[in-house]
Each structure stands twice: as structure tokens, then as C-alpha cells.
Design a protein around this ligand. Structure first.
Ligand SMILES: NC(=O)c1ccc[n+]([C@@H]2O[C@H](COP(=O)([O-])OP(=O)(O)OC[C@H]3O[C@@H](n4cnc5c(N)ncnc54)[C@H](O)[C@@H]3O)[C@@H](O)[C@H]2O)c1
Length: 330
């Protein structure tokens, strides 16, 4: 049995508690943390948790429970401070996306975890949709030859995204998927947000982006929470065109399992996409808990995820300046 504390009792933290932890019977949450008294009271009222297991600070929760690890579906603005508290207290951490808003901070925290020998993973759960490893494998096997063009569309009528900064909320997932699928890092990003973005706190319901990856590959990426039309699945609809065919992943409305290959003559072949043993966050949590127990590594180790954060940082800078922005490399 692995004992954890959970930091963050907002809408997404409640979703973790209700839907994800029950899927892993060998994982037990023994303490909950939120800095908001209202969130703590609402959590106790809705779950029946004992009030003496719900804390205002990370330190109190770790001391009282003796847990060796934490999962943090906490407000984005608190990610960096909470990560530092958990790691400095010597606990392993699974932190929600976006890890941080700049790559230097992400790297510093990943280094802190490494120095202390702690497991530090980021919940980049779109990697654990069943189509993701299938498409990655097709690309690794050059199933459509040399890839020449990529387009990615994400469109959902989603209030939470519309009323936030869609780059911070959503684009981090897609930057991370680009790195995962193609095995290439970002080179430069040109980002035209729907609404002006001077800082990460500014809201924009979407953006149009040109994302340049290593090796001269460019992704045309549209992120939209407005406008009529069928909704894409959360990972989006991908069209990956190579010399020998076209890979399509995702279909609207909301089909994340559709993968097909269209040959140059136009014949379409569906690709089998088996279910994963554990879907999205449950798979992320399984790998994290196993890594804490000494087996394997998280699905998105923080040190690797800092490179996805570097793409988000470039997109935010491009949105602010209106210029093509190089992605930080190290
Ligand atoms: N992976 C996904 O697909 C996905 C989907 C939705 C949300 N998320 C992420 O989950 C996280 C939480 O989302 P949410 O909508 O519940 O966020 P939220 O803004 O409602 O905040 C969650 C809670 O964090 C608490 N909090 C703020 N600062 C704190 C601190 N310093 N210490 C302890 N608690 C603190 C708040 O009081 C709040 O109750 C975010 O990081 C978001 O990006 C991920």
C-alpha cells in the first residue's frame, strides 16, 4: 500500500478523488491539503473525510500522516511554490500540468528532485490516451514515409477553457504530445492569440500557432473554444502527411480512438487501437506509484517535461510580442 497526500481540493482535485484513486486499490490518500478554508469545508462536506485529515499546509499534512509522496492537482499559480515545499520536505511528487510557466524554473525544480533522489512526475495525461502510443509507434516505424506536413486542430465549446488562458490550460498538452509523438523538441513558435496576451494571467479563448520542431518539421496548430462545429477529442484531431500516406488520429465529434492511414491512392485503412489497462490519469498515477516503489519512471518525468514547458514559454512570449520566438534549448 502506498500512502499519499493530495494537495488541491478544487474541481479537478475532487475529480481525482472521485474517479481516479478508486481505480488503484493499492494507493491510499491519508491527508488532504487546500489553502482555502471554503475548499476544505466543501471537501469534508462532500466526501465525509475526517476533519483532522484535511490540512491548510503541505508541512502539516506530511508531518501528521508520514506520507512519502504527494499528488498536487492544485491551482496553476501555486504549482511552483507547492512543488518546492513538497520536494524540500523530501517527498516524491506528481504535479498537475502545466508544471511551470518558464523552463528555467522547471529545470531548477527538476534538479532539486534529482539531487534529493525524489521521483517527480507531471500529469501530462494526454499521453495515456490509447491512440497516442499507436501513432507514436506508426511514426517510429515510418508507416507513411518521411513526414512532410502536420496539422492539429483542437475545438471544444468549453467554458473553462474559454474563460482562461487556453495556451496555459490546453496548449501545454499539445506541445507535450508533439514531443511525445515525433520524438522531436520545439525549435520556434509563432503564436497569434484570439485575445491579447500580455501575461499568462490574461485570458484567451484560443490561438493559431505555427510550431517548428527539430528537423524542419512544422505543425499548423489551431486551438479554439469558440465557433460552431463538432467537438474534437481532448488530444485534438491530427493529420500527419508523409510521402507514402496520411495518418489521421482523432475524429470529431469527440472520438479519441480513431486512427487511420490513407494511402496515396485515397484508400483508408483503420488502425486497431486497443484499450490501455489504465486510461489517462489512472495510468499516470500507476507509473508514478510504481516509480516511488522503485520500479520504472513516471510517464512524464519533470526533467523531460521542462522541454514542453520551454515550448509553452515560447508560445506565451510570441503571443505577447507578435514575433516568431525560439524555444529555449539546453
Ligand atoms: N490534466 C488535465 O487534463 C487537467 C484538467 C483540468 C485541470 N487540470 C489541472 O488541475 C489543477 C487544478 O485545477 P482546478 O480547476 O481544480 O484549479 P483551481 O484553480 O480551482 O484550484 C484548485 C485548488 O487549489 C487551491 N490552492 C491554491 N493555492 C494553494 C496553495 N498554495 N496550497 C494549497 N492549495 C492551494 C485552491 O484553494 C483551490 O481549491 C490545475 O493545475 C489544472 O491545470 C488538469
Amino acid at each position: 500500500m502506498t500512502d499519499l497526500i493530495q494537495i488541491g481540493l478544487g474541481p479537478w482535485g475532487l475529480d481525482w478523488a472521485a474517479k481516479i484513486f478508486p481505480q488503484l486499490p493499492d494507493v491510499r490518500v491519508t491527508g488532504w491539503v487546500d489553502s482555502s478554508p471554503d475548499a476544505r469545508a466543501a471537501f469534508i462536506a462532500s466526501t465525509g473525510a475526517a476533519p483532522d485529515t484535511v490540512f491548510a499546509t503541505v508541512r502539516e499534512a506530511l508531518e501528521a500522516t508520514g506520507a512519502v509522496a504527494a499528488i498536487a492537482p492544485v491551482a496553476i499559480g501555486a504549482h511552483v511554490a507547492v512543488a518546492r515545499q513538497v520536494l524540500e520536505a523530501g517527498a516524491h511528487l506528481l504535479l498537475e500540468k502545466p508544471f511551470a510557466l518558464d523552463a528555467a524554473t522547471a529545470r531548477e525544480l527538476a534538479d532539486l528532485a534529482a539531487k534529493r533522489g525524489l521521483v517527480f512526475g507531471i500529469d501530462q495525461n494526454y499521453r495515456i490516451f490509447p491512440g497516442a502510443p499507436i501513432v507514436r509507434d506508426l511514426l517510429a516505424r515510418q508507416a507513411v514515409g518521411t513526414v512532410r506536413r502536420v496539422s492539429l486542430e483542437w475545438h471544444r465549446d468549453h467554458r473553462g477553457v474559454r474563460e482562461s488562458n487556453a495556451l496555459v490550460e490546453l496548449a501545454i498538452h499539445h506541445f507535450d504530445l508533439m514531443r511525445y509523438l515525433f520524438g522531436r523538441d520545439g525549435v520556434a513558435i509563432t503564436c497569434v492569440p484570439v485575445a491579447p496576451v500580455r501575461s499568462a494571467e490574461d485570458r484567451t479563448p484560443g490561438a493559431s500557432l505555427i510550431v517548428e520542431l527539430d528537423g524542419g518539421l512544422t505543425v499548423d496548430y489551431v486551438l479554439a473554444s469558440q465557433g460552431a462545429g463538432p467537438e474534437t477529442p481532448w488530444p485534438g484531431v491530427w493529420r500527419i502527411s508523409g510521402d507514402d500516406g496520411l495518418i489521421t488520429w482523432g475524429a470529431a465529434p469527440d472520438d479519441h480512438r480513431a486512427v487511420s492511414i490513407t494511402d496515396p491512392a485515397g484508400n483508408v485503412t483503420a488502425v486497431e487501437v486497443p484499450e490501455l489497462p489504465l486510461f489517462e490519469r489512472a495510468g499516470v498515477l500507476r507509473a508514478f506509484v510504481d516509480a516511488v516503489a522503485g520500479s520504472g519512471e513516471p510517464t512524464s518525468p519533470a526533467a523531460d517535461n521542462a522541454r514542453s514547458v520551454a515550448m509553452l514559454e515560447a508560445a506565451l512570449t510570441s503571443a505577447r510580442t507578435g514575433s516568431r520566438t525560439k524555444v529555449g534549448r539546453w
